[in-house]
Write a protein that binds this ligand. Structure first.
Ligand SMILES: NC(=O)c1ccc[n+]([C@@H]2O[C@H](COP(=O)([O-])OP(=O)(O)OC[C@H]3O[C@@H](n4cnc5c(N)ncnc54)[C@H](OP(=O)(O)O)[C@@H]3O)[C@@H](O)[C@H]2O)c1
Length: 253
């Protein structure tokens, strides 16, 4: 049996990934601060294993405790494969350097970078002791490779996530494990994160008007289109470990 752990499954891209995986008969472990009742209903209707774990990914202790619980739950089922989608992310603080507040800055790095590192570490560690293959999908951003004024913290967290992915992949290859780890850049999607971006201030975010135009001109990708492209890749078995995939190459734009 395959199990998928999806952080940030309550809304946006994570919700769309969970729905598509349910369609593929893959068991779901959802992790976020709020539970998405529709996903729960869909999984249970299909007779699939479903579990939601409430976790604030910006709190290191909660991450350690909750993911130890998740690992305990899943590895005792001797799963064939675990798909770990490190998808949850935050854009804030949107602010120029010199005007950053400490709390949202630390929270951003915790959710976008430290939590994925800790969770991946735990699951690769557990996989060493079992026959389970672990495949990690780190949701990154084009902002990892393009500096965007006002987004220094977000850009840095995603750049760090790309490098973590590439380094961990080299190590797994050297150790000749079956585990894989990739990063995936989903493009600009019509989710709550874009609403947050459009409601930021012009002083803090130079490209504000451009991002408002993306929405007005219907240029945003729908989360279900992006999720389908990603899940197609992941279940194809043709994933190139260490690669940073971009949605554009998967949907053929
Ligand atoms: N939208 C875009 O245009 C875009 C572009 C490039 C990359 N991305 C990346 O795509 C991923 C998904 O983004 P999205 O657009 O779907 O965002 P979204 O609609 O804002 O959803 C974010 C998800 O992350 C969870 N989350 C946020 N903070 C959390 C915390 N402290 N603890 C636990 N869960 C937390 C939220 O769950 P709760 O609120 O229930 O906790 C929610 O499910 C992110 O990694 C983002 O950086 C998005």
């Amino acid at each position: 049996m395959k199990y998928a752990i999806i952080t940030g499954a309550s809304k946006g891209l994570g919700e769309a990934i969970a729905k598509r995986l349910i369609h593929e008969q893959i068991a779901i472990v959802s992790v976020s601060r709020t539970e998405n009742e529709e996903i729960k209903r869909m999984a249970l209707e299909k007779g699939l294993y479903y579990n939601h774990f409430s976790c604030n990914l910006s709190l290191e202790k909660e991450v350690q405790e909750v993911f130890m619980d998740i690992a305990h739950c899943l590895f005792q089922k001797d799963p064939k494969e675990i798909l770990l989608f490190n998808n949850a992310g935050v854009i804030e603080p949107i602010q120029t350097v010199g005007n950053l507040d400490q709390t949202p800055t630390i929270r951003n790095i915790q959710v976008n970078l430290i939590a994925p590192i800790l969770i991946t570490n735990l699951f690769f560690s557990k996989a060493q002791l079992t026959n389970t293959k672990v495949q990690v999908i780190n949701v990154t951003s084009g902002a990892a490779i393009r500096s965007i004024e006002g987004w220094s913290v977000y850009c840095s967290s995603k750049a760090g996530l790309n490098m973590f992915t590439q380094t961990a992949a080299l190590e797994q290859a050297e150790m000749k494990t079956d585990n894989k780890i990739i990063a995936f850049s989903p493009g600009i999607m019509d989710t709550n994160m874009q609403e947050t971006i459009r409601s930021s201030s012009k002083n803090a975010f130079k490209e504000l008007e451009r991002f408002k135009e993306f929405k007005e001109n219907n240029m945003l990708l729908q989360a279900d289109v992006v999720a389908n492209a990603l899940v197609d890749l992941v279940i194809s078995g043709n994933v190139e470990s260490g690669k940073v995939y971009n949605v554009k190459e998967l949907v053929g734009e």
